[in-house]
Write a protein that binds this ligand. Structure first.
Ligand code: AOF
Ligand code: ZN
Length: 381
């Protein structure tokens, strides 16, 4: 018998949202992205006030402690906000944080409808903002362009929901996946455009994590110094995993001690006091085969309101993070070079007993950056 035609399954495509709803939310997310380099530890949020199809106000969150996106957009709209629809990339807040709750002004000015891209994962909000608006008769809808909104705040979402930051591991290698010659020589594998790209990844991150091995070998600065990001860009925390407290007190990564953290598992070490005297924060975590307990290190960073961690180190830390399933994203630059099979690989991992033990990933982006190839990949779940 011929195969029966499969019935068309009705899926919920959220058809309550119109084309203009999509356009306005896309704009709200675009506005949110303006805060990419500045809102940390707060989420990037954008907001649009639309009255009779006309945009009467736009706003975005620029800096923690300053106005939330909704407040900025309402201010721009003034009286035009009465009866309007508000598009916001994150559920309006209902709590007193550094600033008062946004539901207050939304209610006072008398907006008619609020569309949000996603629920606020902050346990202090988590639906309470939407409930407060509904309670006074405002129409509230949620879930429009949710994936895009989540992506923009991957770190904030992960910290709020899992108590861990979003971890991106950067690696630069030759086409054959080699990071250094066998003697360790590794400088400048990738080109200038890739290094400029790295600057932007660093700049959006809350912290840059490296290992004592990398600090001892290369003494990197791991700072943000891209002129296009303004004269004094926000510097992420510099974090060193250093179980034995081996790094030098004048290591360049500690140049701004007030923004540096060293994680150790030798709690009693006398060197500890030397770092603290400099103003470097020293945190103690347990020890395991790698050195410091990386999961505990990351959990502690989340407690310190770190959303996105950018890892720049060697194959040992990259391998350990991968093995412990702590990597959320790999950002890999491949130079058009071949270093050969005696050079060092990207991830130091124990030998696999079989192919079924391989680490499975899924590519999420691939592009040319200058002369190099940039691959992004995430663990396949
Ligand atoms: C923002 N910007 O536009 C929105 C946020 O300490 P506060 O008062 O700045 O509150 C921060 C929390 O407010 C944040 O964790 C999130 O739950 C909520 N919404 N935050 O920074 C915004 N709408
Ligand atoms: Zn708010």
């Amino acid at each position: 018998a011929p195969p029966r035609p499969r019935p068309v399954r009705k899926v919920n495509v959220m058809n309550s949202f119109s084309t203009s709803d999509h356009v306005h939310m896309a704009r709200a997310i675009e506005l949110a992205a303006r805060g990419l380099y500045s809102t940390d530890p707060n989420p990037r949020v954008g907001c649009l006030v639309v009255r009779d199809g006309v945009v009467v106000g736009e706003g975005w969150h620029e800096r923690a402690g300053e106005a939330h996106a909704e407040v900025a957009a309402l201010q721009a709209a003034g009286e035009g906000a009465r009866g309007a629809t508000v598009y916001v990339s994150l559920e309006p807040c209902s709590h007193h944080g550094r600033t008062p709750p946004c539901v207050g002004p939304l209610i006072r000015v008398g907006v008619a409808r609020v569309v949000c891209a996603m629920t606020d994962p902050n346990p202090r909000v988590q639906g309470a903002g939407m409930a407060a608006l509904r309670a006074v008769g405002i129409k509230v809808e949620c879930g429009l362009l949710e994936a895009q909104a989540r992506e923009l705040n991957c770190g904030f979402v992960q910290r709020m929901t899992r108590g861990l930051p979003w971890v991106r591991v950067k690696l630069a290698a030759s086409l054959d996946g080699r990071t250094a010659l066998a003697d360790g020589e590794s400088r400048w594998i990738t080109g200038e455009a890739a290094r400029a790209d790295v600057q932007r990844w660093r700049a959006r991150s809350s912290a840059i994590l490296t290992s004592s091995g990398t600090v001892l070998a290369d003494d990197p600065r791991l700072d943000v110094r891209d002129a296009s990001l303004g004269p004094q860009p926000r510097q992420p925390w510099r974090v060193v995993a250093d179980s034995e407290l081996r790094v030098a007190l004048d290591a360049r990564v500690l140049a701004d001690p007030a923004r540096a953290i060293v994680f150790t598992s030798s709690a009693g070490s006398a060197r500890r006091g030397h770092f603290q005297a400099l103003g470097v924060r020293v945190e103690s975590v347990g020890r395991n085969a790698y050195g410091v307990d990386l999961r505990a290190l990351l959990a502690r960073l989340a407690e310190l309101e770190i959303n996105e961690v950018w890892v720049e180190a060697g194959s040992r830390l990259a391998g350990a993070l991968l093995e412990e399933r702590l990597v959320d994203e790999l950002v890999i630059y491949l130079a058009p070079h071949v270093l050969g099979s005696t050079a060092l690989g990207m991830f130091r991992l124990p030998a696999l007993a079989g192919l079924n033990e391989r680490v499975r990933l899924r590519y999420t982006d691939v592009r040319l950056v200058g002369d190099d190839l940039r691959l992004q990949a995430r663990p396949a779940v």
